[in-house]
Design a protein around this ligand. Structure first.
Ligand SMILES: [Zn+2]
Ligand SMILES: [Zn+2]
Length: 354
């Protein structure tokens, strides 16, 4: 089964071609269909900002490393006991690349993100098919195309980020990073009643995209004075909620200073393993009582992401589509930053974009 994989560990951005990581198509065996499993013929798999980190060896260095966790597709086969959610062959679906076992201590304590067996069904979805446990699979609403449906997983991450902010209607909100997660969080925060909604992003097209989707203000952190503009946009009070969706050590440096006293800062991205944020405990935690938190994965968020997906405008996140055979080129385009999101078409399925 053709699968997109990391075939050589290294940074995809390394200027030296000999040291650069490599993405290619490999042939991996299709897993057996267990009695509670669902086999999905994959329509689309989106490239995630975390995928280049996998190429750098963040989760292991044994190649090939199969990729793809933001997928949509059509049910091709069902195990004999995969009947609990009424799935049928031919259903259009998306889902969670992680299966939470439901049995280990964290799962039973309401913290599935720490499931001890979470990797068992984590299978590469940038492939001709993916085989998941039925608990991972969600049927797409009629109003959501397969192309839009591959954004269910990133939408679930955006939902979980908003959950972690404990945002109240009317809170002042700043988002750092205008990639797909930042843009989805922006649309959700807008729907949730955010005020002074500000996107901080160096790429002009992404700032413009945010303004088209409800941002009240945008800041270019490279060409403009971020702290002064943020103070102006919040009448010197700071933001109740500050969200990082950039994952960039350079970008997160000034974020704590944007938060209002008593505010919450959510680091909603993946960060370099060796990066340490300087934190003055007296300033930020004693005097200002900030709450700092992060997001690993997104349990409990998929049903709400599915409710929200038909109401989000994801057209600009689904414009760059490449066939499976051109996966290496698709990744090169992804790391170039030319498009906010790059999608791989894994199979030609009838009516997939409708
Ligand atoms: Zn992702
Ligand atoms: Zn578990």
């Amino acid at each position: 089964m053709k699968t997109v994989a990391v075939t050589k560990i290294g940074s995809l951005r390394d200027p030296d071609p000999a040291a650069r990581g490599r993405i290619g198509l490999v042939d991996l065996p299709e897993p057996a269909l267990g009695p509670e499993d669902v086999r999905i013929r994959v329509a689309y798999a989106a490239i995630c900002g975390s995928d280049p980190h996998l190429a750098e060896g963040f989760f292991g260095t044994d190649v090939p490393i199969g990729l793809g966790h933001e997928i949509s597709g059509v049910v091709e086969a069902l195990g004999e006991r995969a009947t609990r959610n009424g799935l049928r062959v031919g259903d259009r679906v998306a889902g969670n690349f992680l299966r939470f076992c439901g049995t280990c201590d964290p799962c039973r304590e309401g913290a599935q993100q720490f499931c001890r067996f979470v990797q068992e069904y984590n299978r590469p979805g940038m492939a001709e098919t993916v085989t998941w446990h039925e608990s991972q699979v969600y049927r797409l609403p009629d109003a959501v195309s397969l192309l839009q449906g591959c954004l269910l997983e990133p939408t679930s991450v955006a939902v979980r980020i908003i959950d972690k902010t404990r945002m109240r209607v009317g809170d002042r909100v700043a988002i750092c990073g205008g990639g797909p997660i930042g843009q989805l969080v922006l649309q959700l925060a807008k729907r949730h009643g955010a005020t002074a909604l500000t996107l901080i992003e160096p790429i002009a097209e992404r700032r413009a995209m945010a303004l088209r989707h409800g941002a009240d203000h945008v800041i270019d952190p490279v060409g403009e004075d971020q702290a002064a503009l943020a103070a102006g946009h919040t009448a010197d009070r700071g933001y109740d909620i500050v969200i990082d969706a950039s994952g960039s050590p350079r970008a997160v440096r000034g974020l704590l200073d944007l938060a209002a006293p008593g505010g919450t800062v959510v680091y909603g991205a993946m960060y370099p393993e060796d990066y340490e944020l300087p934190l003055n405990l007296s300033d930020y935690l004693y005097l200002r009582e900030l709450t700092l938190t992060g997001v690993f994965v997104s349990p409990y968020a998929f049903p709400r992401a599915l409710q929200l997906l038909p109401h989000l405008d994801v057209e600009e996140l689904t414009r760059a589509v490449y066939p499976l055979e051109d996966a290496a080129e698709a990744f090169a385009v992804h790391v170039s930053g030319a498009h906010p999101k790059v999608v791989i078409r894994c199979n030609e399925l009838a009516g997939a974009e409708a």
